[in-house]
Design a protein around this ligand. Sequence first.
Ligand SMILES: *Cc1c(COP(=O)(O)O)cnc(C)c1O
Length: 394
Amino acid sequence: MNGYSTLLPVKLRDDARFNTVCIHAGQEPDPTTGAIVTPIYQTSTYVQDALGVHKGFEYGRTQNPTRSALEGNLAAIEHGKAAFAFASGMAATGAVMTLLQSGDHVVVTDNTYGGTYRLFERVLRKYQLDFSYVDTSDVEAIRAAITPKTKLLFLETPTNPVLRLTDLAAACEVAHARGVPVVVDNTFASPYVQRPIDFGADLVIHSTTKFLNGHSDSIGGVVVAVNDAHIEWLRFIQNAEGAILGPMDAWLVLRGTKTLPIRMERHNANAMILAETLAAHPKVARVHYPGLTTHPHHALARKQMRGFGGLISFELGSLERARTFLNSLQLMALAESLGGVETLISHPASMTHASVPPERRLQIGITEDMVRVSVGIEDIDDLKDDLAQALDRV
Ligand SMILES: *Cc1c(COP(=O)(O)O)cnc(C)c1O
């Protein structure tokens, strides 16, 4: 499906290819000056020509040209019909959940992002929404979890941090057979690696904070939709709740998506080499990376993904060994988040997943000795040197 040219007045051919779409979709030279880069329209309101006569822009929460450019760009990149940019990935997820009503039930990937789990369990349960967490890598488990009250299937693939995959085409088929729409949090893969709408998904969520922006300098989120009813509601809720992405951040993400394909090529290539290096190292107990033939979903990864992404997790045998390793790194930065040009490394049990109860952490495979790497686009030999010297100390 390709509706690029209908999104905005952009003279991009319908058959434009991915790199071209990333650079051009949603943007046209600034009509007043010809500036090739969409300006940051840092304004709260717009002067009207006369009573009831305006240029389509009335108030900055409702419309902003920089945000619109980004939304057109991201809709095209994800093969959707429209996109809505929010103040964070969590605000984007929160907006999608307003499609539901009290009493509705949602089937969720069991090791979904920790913040998503917190939103569902600590906030949305207060509004009588019900959630079942299942291993969505097993299509039969999805089928079994759907009830007449199920109104959404919420998928994340690959998952954080153990990188399990869900077969998107199979999951969408099962959900759609029961009239259940499918939303995919595609943050971990990025639309270079996989485009869920091509496999049947109805909605795609991103934390633009990660690969889409790619430079670790902005927090944001987006929802991409294809169905008119979803689009109408999301446009309404973006304005009604007002958790919009600001113009400066929209501009940063728009700059980021121009280089998404070349950044992802390098993320993919560097991560593959590091995963193989780690798997061959005697001090590493176990490596999780969909690109390794030992990964349980490797065949699915080959079918559904373009490259295997920039995230790796691995186990070092004990918390003490993981601590020594993390404290010995010189180049890789100890930090939460992912998807930036610089390599970030973290300890899921005490950092990103600290809010998840310990017994649940173990259920979803997050052990105390696990380390997660968001592989950046530095020179691979420098990354390998840093890993080697830190592993030497373990
Ligand atoms: C970071 C992240 C989020 C939340 O995004 P924010 O921009 O931090 O609000 C949601 N899902 C996944 C998979 C993430 O990695």
